[in-house]
Design a protein around this ligand. Structure first.
Ligand SMILES: C[S@@+](CC[C@H](N)C(=O)[O-])C[C@H]1O[C@@H](n2cnc3c(N)ncnc32)[C@H](O)[C@@H]1O
Length: 495
């Protein structure tokens, strides 16, 4: 297994759904006293090259991070990046799950993304045992895994591919032949249903990175339990279900009320059995489950109260250019994800209008309440609902990055390094942005705090003279400011 990962590198990247801030929000909504992300201890199992955990360590300098993986080369690459960034709050270890344990210490957050389904049974048991033994009393563990019934579809093709590719050793060849095989079978399939299934699989294979297909689809081990089976395994290790890392999935906002009622009847009112029925109806194939220690007393459903101590941001826009915020007038708000929201309630409309005005800045609950007016409990209820509908983002801490570029702007050192090699860079919000604009990409590399605006304008000007960019506008103070603002709004500046 480690050999495969040494042979073909698995390229890590930041996964917002594993960030301690995300985990803290959800855990606190269920009554857990989750540690503040700014001062916590995080363990990542199977961290590969540290593409997820290193940006966390950079952005949370007072927290401590440990990552381990059995693939020596990935760990060495991660360590080289840690050294280049000069981080001293992160340790990356070359270690097998089977040899990891108490010596690692106690953690507030434990992350295992893309590991559980791809390791043999004894390693899966060990993974859950670490999630129990090394988790702080109020800690949160994140474990992702392929799930049934949806994974049956993938598994059907996987078995065909493993049969067809027996004896093909070269990794790139395996992936090439896998795609050609599925494409060709799909063309010969006699029924429309079979053709649709082949087309779905082909889309999955061709839209994924080749190294991802090599590992995730073509490795010999790929275990997918039903949700109830996973829970039974977690329980056997002294862990209980907390929720999913994607909060809207907890809220079941995706299903109409009568359908959910029917599922609840089948589940005899049991929330966890309802979850299982929801997987049946959705044909779910992947879960990102949060666990905590079995003895913690959790609230049965998310409670709005903890939101009164949190922070909110929203990419919603009012449909009307000048929404009327007075009572009884209906206005519509839209966000990049989620359904549109219509309201005639002044508190709701003002809250959304204020969040729109300051986006992408986070606003504390107290300030939002001061502006929107009304009852705190109603605002908290509304925010819980809109978090579940993907209309607002929630954080347990104030903005981690400045939205105004400083006098001598500084870009995240990780983004500066990444911009040298490519266009994908990691933001301070633990996501990736594509700096497709060549000039922005150069600018990021120069933002090391040594240049003020005239120096930056001169550097850009000199660069454009020697490397003309088609269609590039001349550098003016306004155009430079616009670029700096854009980088700040993309959460790429630390000062
Ligand atoms: C599918 S990759 C996921 C990597 C990373 N967590 C991510 O999601 O980007 C699985 C990782 O688990 C590691 N791994 C597999 N078996 C392991 C074991 N027994 N002990 C430690 N790491 C293991 C592999 O080396 C690989 O880096």
């Amino acid at each position: 297994m480690a050999d495969a990962y040494n042979r073909v590198r698995y390229i890590g990247f930041p996964m917002a759904q594993t960030h301690p801030d995300r985990l803290a929000v959800i855990a606190r909504l269920f009554g857990l006293a989750a540690s503040p992300p700014g001062e916590c201890r995080v363990l990542e199992l199977g961290c590969a090259d540290g593409g997820n955990i290193i940006p966390m360590a950079l952005a949370l300098p007072r927290s401590r991070f440990t990552g381990f993986d059995s693939a020596a080369q990935a760990v060495a690459q991660g360590r080289a990046l840690v050294a280049a960034l000069g981080l001293n709050n992160i340790t990356l270890l070359e270690r097998d799950l089977m040899e990891a344990g108490a010596e690692l210490g106690e953690f507030d957050y434990i992350i295992a993304h893309g590991v559980y389904s791809w390791v043999p049974e004894e390693a899966r048991e060990r993974l859950l045992q670490i999630c129990r033994d090394n988790l702080a009393p109020q800690g949160v563990a994140y474990v992702s895994y392929n799930a049934l019934p949806g994974f049956h579809r993938r598994e059907m093709f996987r078995q065909m591919l493993l049969f067809h590719l027996a004896g093909v050793e070269d990794p790139a060849d395996r992936v090439r032949q896998a795609i050609a095989f599925i494409e060709s079978l799909g063309q010969s399939a006699p029924s429309p249903l079979a053709r649709a299934l082949f087309a779905e699989e082909l889309q999955h294979l061709t839209q994924s990175h080749w190294w991802y297909v090599y590992h995730d689809d073509l490795e010999p081990v790929n275990y997918a339990p039903y949700f109830h089976e996973f829970l039974a395994q977690a329980r056997a290790h002294g862990l209980q279900y907390l929720g999913e890392a994607h909060f809207p999935e907890i809220e079941s906002g995706l299903y109409n009320k009568p359908a959910v009622e029917k599922l609840r009847q089948w589940a005899q009112g049991d929330a966890l059995r309802t979850e299982q029925y929801i997987d049946f109806v959705r044909g779910r194939l992947f879960r990102q489950t949060l666990l905590c220690r079995a003895e913690v007393a959790l609230w049965p459903s998310p409670h709005p109260d903890p939101l009164t101590a949190m922070y909110f941001a929203s990419a919603v826009s009012p449909v009307s250019p000048a929404p009327d915020l007075s009572p009884g007038v209906w206005e519509e708000f839209r966000a990049p994800h989620g359904a549109p929201l219509r309201s005639d309630d002044p508190q709701v409309k003002t809250a959304l209008a204020r969040l729109h005005a300051v986006w992408p800045q986070f606003m504390p609950f107290a300030e939002l309440l001061a502006q929107a007016g009304g009852e705190p409990a109603l605002l908290a209820d509304f925010l819980l609902h809109t978090y579940g509908a993907e209309l607002v983002e929630v954080s347990v801490r104030p903005d981690p990055f400045p939205l105004r570029p400083g006098e001598r702007p500084v870009a995240s050192p990780l983004a500066r390094l990444q911009a040298k090699d490519g266009t994908l860079v990691t933001t301070l919000r633990h996501a990736q942005v594509d700096l497709a604009d060549h000039i922005d990409r150069c600018l990021v590399q120069w933002l090391d705090g040594t240049r003020d605006r005239p120096a930056l304008a001169a550097a850009l000007h000199a660069f454009l003279e020697s490397n003309p960019v088609a269609g590039a506008q001349p550098v003016t103070p306004e155009s430079l400011e616009m670029r700096l603002d854009r980088l700040a709004r993309q959460a790429l500046l630390v000062a």
